[in-house]
Design a protein around this ligand. Structure first.
Ligand code: NAP
Length: 529
């Protein structure tokens, strides 16, 4: 089997030893191996900082935006190959591969367009200059400039494409070189994308490196101006935060971790209303897309207590129609988890939730389509319920990263908000109602503990972007348990990779910071062609 090489110091280098095997999620056969053993990470990081950094910083935002468009064009050419890799290594049906692959391309293209509008400067003004003295004779202008370090992107296994590109796009646009560390289980897709980008030579030397395999020593050579953008479990984030890179060297860390997201059915949304149907549809979609392996998936469903039973029946009826198995079979709607280790973790989670909840739906009695249950990482959807959600800590704390959610009743609107907050900070909550005043008040009230509040009224049912879909225009991240980080949110995303400074000077000097430039400079790739 192929040992996937690491791209560091401008070269492709194989790690030592046999490496770690990547497997087909359904068939179990080995697909490739990865090893980072023996890679000189300190030298790799120096190369990124000293070769990639200056090259990117020399470009204007518009030129970097052009690079993103060039990268998107390269990846688009190989899209079919990425779908094939995702099918094998992630066990996803086509629609689920699209969330990762096309979602990544969409995000890249979004930043290519938004970045083009930033114009011909390599730094940005933040807000207007403010006066520090009488008659505005001495002013302060805040500016955003690329950090002189590197961006280390540490990604989770569930989004090998989107997770890479949603971080890479703002970092490159900000003018910062990247080192990508994909999660081992699904590193193949990220590796292939980096290889295609490197082969096409669309980025400056040193702008993009990849390390695949063990994370041992990954943080040790980080230096003060570096940035780590981490996505993964709260447990790993907790280990990272204790590392000397952050504690002693002030490396910036952004953490996106797991989250017990909720969906709340409004007090007016009785069974039979459009809002009720919208909640049922969205819950089923969130439970089954990517087999529930989305950090934003709905884990807790909060409904008025009078409609607990009807909601359970409506969700169960739809889940019963989900065919689970080998994504190579056209009749399959939900593929597998990413691999057997994840399967074992989810089974343990099911046992734990099952021990403290009622089981309202369990699809595991239905045979898998074209998959061996002893080998494939397929798990059927499970809906649990707890009638006393106040007393049940587990349902608010345990993230079972699969097609799993728990239904819980609430007494009144205030109780629903209290329960939503029991997630200790979440990426997203969604609200379903036709009562505008209730929705606006609830959205603002929950905004302190959620990165995003997704509000569904009947008039947006067809155009809404989905509870779990992360749009580059909107903020992604959440306080507390969700990691405390922020990503995306339009051009705000560049802030993580740029340093803010105040320039205090005369109005003439402030005006000279960002002089108007007339003609568009050619993109570096156009110059090379
Ligand atoms: P994980 O086990 O925490 O791993 C995440 C990444 O961290 C992997 O690349 C992993 O490498 C690396 N890593 C592990 N230990 C490390 C260390 N000591 N130093 C540096 N890097 C280290 O998470 P996962 O199992 O891949 O992903 C699933 C979790 O991610 C779920 O809990 C999910 O909710 C969360 N998630 C959150 C978001 C979000 O945006 N909030 C998005 C997607 C997923 P190896 O793979 O080589 O161990």
């Amino acid at each position: 089997m192929d040992l996937l090489k690491n791209h560091v110091g401008g070269q492709w280098i194989a790690g030592h030893g046999d490496g770690i095997a990547l497997r087909d999620a359904v068939l179990g056969n080995e697909l490739a191996r990865v090893s980072s053993a023996g890679i000189d990470l300190a030298a790799a990081y120096r190369y990124a900082r000293e070769t990639g950094g200056p090259a990117l910083r020399a470009l204007t935002h518009a030129q970097r935006a052009r690079l993103l468009a060039d990268v998107a064009a390269v990846l688009q050419q190989h899209r079919d190959k990425y779908y094939d890799i995702s099918l094998q290594n992630s066990g996803t049906v086509k629609n689920d591969s699209a969330v990762d692959i096309d979602g990544g391309l969409y995000t890249l293209n979004y930043f290519a367009k938004a970045g083009a509008a930033l114009g011909q400067h390599n730094a940005r003004a933040e807000g207007d200059a403010v006066s520090l003295a009488k008659d505005k004779a001495f002013q302060s202008q805040h500016v955003m400039v690329p950090t002189r370090g590197l961006a280390l992107l540490i990604n989770a296994f569930n989004f090998p494409s989107w997770g890479f590109l949603e971080k890479a796009a703002p970092a490159l646009l900000a003018g910062v070189p990247l080192v990508v560390k994909p999660a081992t289980a699904t590193a193949w897709l990220t590796h292939e994308m980096v290889k295609d980008i490197a082969d096409a030579k669309v980025l400056p030397d040193g702008a993009l490196s990849i390390v695949c395999g063990s994370s041992d020593g990954l943080l040790d050579p980080l230096a003060p101006f570096d940035v780590v953008s981490f996505t993964g479990s709260a447990a790993t984030a907790s280990v990272l935060r204790r590392h000397a890179a952050f504690a002693d060297r002030s490396v910036r860390l952004n953490a996106e971790t797991d989250s017990l997201n909720s969906a709340i059915l409004g007090p007016d949304a009785a069974p039979g209303t459009e809002a009720f149907d919208a909640l049922v549809r969205e819950v089923v979609r969130e439970m089954t897309v990517k087999s529930g392996q989305k950090c934003t998936a709905i884990r807790r469903i909060l409904v008025p207590q009078a409609w607990y039973d009807e909601t359970a029946q409506a969700i169960a009826a739809k889940l019963a129609k989900t065919t689970v198995g080998n994504p190579r079979d056209e009749s399959v709607r939900m593929g597998s988890l990413v691999g057997r280790p994840q399967y074992d973790t989810v089974q343990a989670g099911l046992r734990e939730l099952g021990g403290v909840c009622d089981t309202l739906f369990d699809g595991s009695g239905v045979p898998l389509v074209d998959a061996d249950p002893a080998v494939a990482a397929c798990v059927a959807p499970h809906l649990f319920g707890t009638r006393d959600a106040d007393a049940n800590d587990v349902v608010h704390e345990l993230e079972v990263f699969g097609p799993v959610a728990t239904l819980m009743p609430y007494r009144d609107a205030a109780h629903a908000r209290d329960l939503a907050r029991r997630g200790h900070g979440s990426l997203v909550t969604s609200l379903y109602s036709a009562d505008t005043a209730y929705l606006a008040a609830t959205a603002l009230d929950l905004a302190d503990s959620h990165g995003r509040v997704h509000v569904i009224t009947p008039d947006v049912a067809k155009v809404q972007t989905g509870h779990g879909n992360v749009m580059p225009q909107s903020l992604h991240g959440g306080p507390g348990r969700a990691g405390g980080g922020e990503e995306l949110g339009g051009l705000r995303a560049l802030g993580l990779y740029q340093r803010r400074a105040a320039i205090q000077a005369s109005p003439d000097v402030v005006a000279a910071l960002f002089p108007a430039k007339a003609a568009d400079a050619p993109s570096p790739s156009a110059e090379r062609n």
